[in-house]
Design a protein around this ligand. Structure first.
Ligand SMILES: CC(C)(COP(=O)(O)OP(=O)(O)OC[C@H]1O[C@@H](n2cnc3c(N)ncnc32)[C@H](O)[C@@H]1OP(=O)(O)O)[C@@H](O)C(=O)NCCC(=O)NCCS
Length: 138
């Protein structure tokens, strides 16, 4: 399995992986998803025999903070270390950085715990509003 930066020709395959795993916001519309990636610091894929089987998108300065925003592995390739390889690749070796993420999906917290993440005692968030509610936020 090859872990590397996503190529333009792989964006649609990555979007479909996310869609299959239940993502809709900023994913359902291919144009919007492409723009999302263009604005993100890091988008990497796991490729097996030419097929995109995993995707991770992160926001980071590469020095001190990082946020893992989307991570997905194709269902039939799960539990084989692909998710771990993507997270390790994005975090690199710099232990002088803090990485955060939202572990809302089923199994996500257990997965990240296996990688050494712990529940934050200091993180706060102002969750975004979606769809028609978004107007109220202006
Ligand atoms: C979460 C996800 C990315 C994990 O990918 P994966 O390739 O199956 O994970 P790995 O095989 O690298 O697993 C690493 C470790 O986590 C454990 N793990 C993986 N998924 C787990 C789950 N659902 N529940 C409990 N433990 C899990 C593995 O057993 C492994 O443990 P080990 O240290 O004993 O070897 C994948 O299940 C997925 O795409 N889920 C749907 C989308 C999602 O929830 N994304 C994350 C939140 S945004």
């Amino acid at each position: 399995v090859d872990i590397r930066e996503i190529r333009p020709s792989e964006v649609e395959a990555a979007r479909k992986l996310l869609e299959d795993a239940g993502w809709t916001d900023r994913v359902s519309d291919p144009g919007e998803f492409r723009e999302l990636l263009s604005r993100s610091a890091k988008s990497i894929v796991a490729v097996d025999d030419g097929e995109v089987i995993g995707f991770l998108r992160a926001l980071t300065d590469g020095m001190t903070n990082g946020y893992i925003s989307m991570l997905v592995v194709a269902e039939k390739h799960r539990r084989m270390g692909v998710g771990r390889a993507l997270v390790r690749a994005i975090m690199g070796d710099n232990r002088n950085m803090t990485w955060v993420l939202r572990a809302g999906r089923e199994g996500a917290a257990e997965f990240y715990e296996r990688l050494g993440f712990v529940r934050s005692e200091v993180a706060m968030e102002r969750a975004r509003v979606t769809g028609s509610d978004a107007k109220l936020d202006r």
